[in-house]
Design a protein around this ligand. Structure first.
Ligand code: ZN
Length: 230
């Protein structure tokens, strides 16, 4: 899935809406509470949240002390107003560049390519990697209509084209989309003579996501990366 920071994909809701009025739609004394309904609708748009959970969380917010609820609202606003994508690696940043790109002690000759910022965090958590990153903001998924042009591949090629990069580690998730993206990138990266192209080892269970795998396995997968041959 492609994450466009400016236009978050919204899960289609609907269906399963009929039936008896839910508590949020019928407030005290039978009067509807539009503000509460609106909160339920917004929470329900979050991934993995069904109607019942959305209602439970909305009621929880209603009962929270005002200062706690306002802190939650501010945290949501701050994430949208103060965070952006790093102009170099497309990870999440508070300034133009993220803290890793700004860190001169990180090895600029190695770029580890991941699908999403959360994959970068999974690798950082191992403390086993001291190079730079590039976040694709998704994976090539023709069946879902995600084309290479939807990813940050051109920016990656421009970074490598600027010189100084000796190795690119392809750390996409070991599933259909991740493997397809790695193969596509390998072809593109062949244009740079002498560039070492490696893929993280298969210690990571097939079909899994880096963010859900233990630090030791992620660390081993990086350590055991192999040249990506033909
Ligand atoms: Zn960065």
């Amino acid at each position: 899935m492609v994450s466009n920071p400016h236009q978050p994909l919204r899960r289609r809701t609907g269906g399963a809406r009929s039936g008896a009025a839910s508590p949020a739609e019928v407030g005290p004394g039978g009067a509807s509470a539009p503000a509460l309904q609106a909160l339920v609708r917004e929470i329900e748009l979050l991934p993995g949240i069904g109607r019942k959970t959305a209602e439970r969380l909305a009621y929880h917010v209603l009962r929270m002390p005002a200062e706690d609820a306002m802190r939650l609202a501010r945290a949501i606003r701050d994430v949208k107003e103060n965070l952006r994508h790093c102009k170099t690696c497309f990870s999440i940043a508070e300034r133009e560049e993220c803290s890793i790109c700004e860190d001169a002690t990180r090895d600029a000759t190695t770029i580890c390519v991941v699908e999403e910022p959360r994959d970068l965090y999974a690798i950082e958590a191992t403390a086993a990697y001291r190079g730079r990153y590039h976040v694709l903001l998704g994976a090539f998924a023709p069946l879902d209509g995600v084309a290479p042009s939807d990813l940050t591949i051109d920016a990656l090629l421009a970074r490598i084209g600027a010189g100084g990069v000796k190795e690119v580690i392809l750390a996409m998730n070991p599933n259909f989309e991740g493997d397809g993206t790695a193969l596509y990138l390998r072809e593109k990266l062949k244009a740079f003579p002498g560039l070492r192209i490696t893929r993280i080892a298969r210690g990571v269970p097939s079909g899994s996501h880096l963010e859900h795998v233990s630090r030791a396995i992620v660390s081993d997968a990086l350590e055991g990366r192999r040249e990506m041959g033909d």
